[in-house]
Design a binder for this molecule. Structure first.
Ligand code: TXE
Length: 512
């Protein structure tokens, strides 16, 4: 292991004229080169050039990282730390993250191509998330429970689980990492993070801040590499107590099967095909802005992308026109430029996938009103996709059933509230939904009938660490954010005490 210099500063096209900056694993408070000596390159999607290389972890690296986390979990420097101290460590970390927002945001933009303004906003919110979990660390407690007799004391203990593996995707790397490690650490677990192979840099730049904040070595570890290699090895390590994953439904289901066979707990935040339900009398301008925010912000690379618009037949054309007008005025370009509204997709595969879905939609009979093509921008070699609006969709089309994860929205006509709700619920997913209406009763009636973990009414894409996020159906298992998330990272023990000295009951009868 080497001593601990900071991970290299992000720099666009750092490759020109020299070797790429190199990132190692972060294990037990130190940088750890991969045992196999192999590295992968990460590509800046705007230039389509590699800009750093990072460790390609293997089974041995995973074993070392889990070992470090396992030892740290059982070490008294962490195990016996009062909850108030855990809380202050998280608060100190929040302060350090605040100081580094700018370079963390730049790192994420260079890695995933999302707008610098978007990543800045996300990262500026991280300290609030960490302070929130620090507060939960202070409040975590068991309860006393009335027993079958006043002399019997029954109380519960909320205990940490042990080593938590957090596997994260590329679309919002640190925000999604924080949703996992915040409650995990607040509850007293130790963690190993495996970031996406497309965005490994920001969490490595974050890692030394844990040491600076005063977390004992081994409480927070990062290993990088491919999902099928180091990711899978982490999940399969018998010392791991919990796997918390955000990513595709396909991978989530494989992980859940592997964890389920060994009774390892999971929290899964997976894909979506979220609907907007627009009703007569809704403010159509407000709805159009919400639809644009839902699917064109972040170039649609968001789990809650609102990719289906269920709209009364009589309003279909008018609303589609308003969305098209806004879509055509979106400024596509370099995500580092403040004026840009739509950056590129994160990877060449993602662009190819979105293009395939557009072709599929056309073949299935939907009609492109605007967009549909990749876009070239002079001087940039990125993966730009035009904001794309389909009309004449049928909810049974694959276009309307499968997650595209790009700037593509499809309008579907409906003839009644019941039909809108039926179609909204008719997908394998259940992550989020938007309801656009001026009718108060209808708003709440519809919200109650939607199969979605989050329902937004006359707004879209609002989030807070205080509000639960969960996916229904194939969109996931478990809860992130909010006080409820603490249950995901703790186990509940019931302790019974007989306070009567020398008391002995009938040994052959259950004491109820
Ligand atoms: O996801 P994966 P990818 C969806 C979106 C996107 C598609 C593919 O539709 O187009 O998924 O993206 C790790 N054992 N979402 O390929 O494969 C992997 O290294 C252990 C929606 O990025 O699910 C990465 O760190 N780990 C989503 C993470 O899992 C494994 C966000 C996610 O990768 C593994 C991202 C394995 N066998 C993609 N295989 C959302 N809900 O926001 C992969 N990984």
């Amino acid at each position: 292991m080497t001593a601990l210099p900071a991970a290299p500063l992000p720099q666009r096209r750092a490759h020109e004229g020299g070797p790429l900056p190199r990132y190692e694993h972060f294990v037990a408070g130190s940088w750890m080169p991969p045992g196999g000596g192999r590295y992968l390159e990460s590509t800046d999607p705007t230039s389509a050039q590699p800009w750093y290389e990072f460790a390609r972890g293997d089974e041995d690296d995973a074993r070392l990282a889990v070992g470090a986390a396992y030892e740290a979990f059982h070490d008294s420097s962490w195990r016996d730390l009062p909850q108030s101290r855990r809380s202050s460590l998280l608060r100190r970390l929040a302060g350090l993250v605040h100081e580094h927002v700018e370079d963390l945001a730049l790192t994420e933009t260079l890695d995933n191509g999302k707008l610098l303004s978007e990543m800045r906003g996300q990262l500026a919110s991280l300290p609030a998330h960490l302070h929130y979990y620090a507060g939960l660390a202070e409040q975590l407690c068991g309860e006393t429970v009335p027993g079958p007799h006043p002399a019997i004391l029954n109380y519960t203990l909320r205990e940490p689980l042990g080593v938590v593996v957090a596997i994260t995707p590329w679309n919002s790397p640190l925000l999604l990492t924080t949703s996992k490690i915040g409650p995990a650490l607040a509850a007293g677990n130790t963690v190993v993070v495996k970031p996406s192979e497309h965005t490994s840099a920001s969490v490595l730049r974050l890692a030394p801040l844990f040491e600076e904040a005063g977390f004992p070595p081994g409480v927070f570890n990062v290993v990088t590499g491919l999902g099928r290699e180091v990711g899978q090895a982490l999940v399969e390590d018998s010392r791991v107590a919990k796997v918390s994953f955000t990513g595709s439904t396909h991978t989530g289901s494989e992980l859940a099967a592997s964890c389920g066979a060994r009774f390892v707990r999971t929290t899964l935040e997976l894909g979506g095909k979220s609907p907007h339900l627009v009703f007569p009398g809704a403010d159509l301008d407000q709805a159009a802005v919400g639809i644009v925010a839902g699917v064109f912000a972040a170039a649609g690379q968001s789990c809650v992308a609102g990719s289906r618009v269920l709209v009364p037949r009589s309003l279909h054309d008018e609303l589609a026109e308003r969305v098209v007008e806004r879509a055509r005025s979106i400024r596509i370009g370099d995500p580092l430029e403040p004026a840009t509204q739509l950056g590129q997709l994160a990877t060449a595969q993602q662009l190819a996938r979105v293009e395939e879905y557009v072709a599929l939609g056309v073949a299935e009979g939907a009609r492109v009103l605007t967009g549909g093509d990749r876009r070239s921008i002079a001087g940039l070699a990125g993966y730009f996709m035009e904001p794309t609006v389909f009309v004449g969709g049928d909810n049974r089309m694959r276009l309307c059933q499968e997650e595209i994860f790009g700037p593509v929205v499809t309008f579907i006509s409906v003839d009644s509230e019941d039909e809108a709700i039926d179609l909204a619920n008719h997908t394998r997913y259940g992550l989020a939904a938007g309801v656009w209406t001026a009718d108060l009763s209808r708003a709440h009636r519809v919200a109650a009938r939607l199969d979605a973990g989050t329902v937004w009414i006359n707004t879209y894409r609002c989030t807070s660490p205080m509000s639960p996020r969960s996916g229904f159906k194939d969109s996931g298992i478990g809860i992130e954010h909010s006080a409820h998330s603490m249950a995901e990272y703790t186990r509940l023990k019931s302790v019974w005490v007989e306070t009567r000295e020398g008391f002995a009951d009938d040994p052959f009868v259950l004491r109820t």
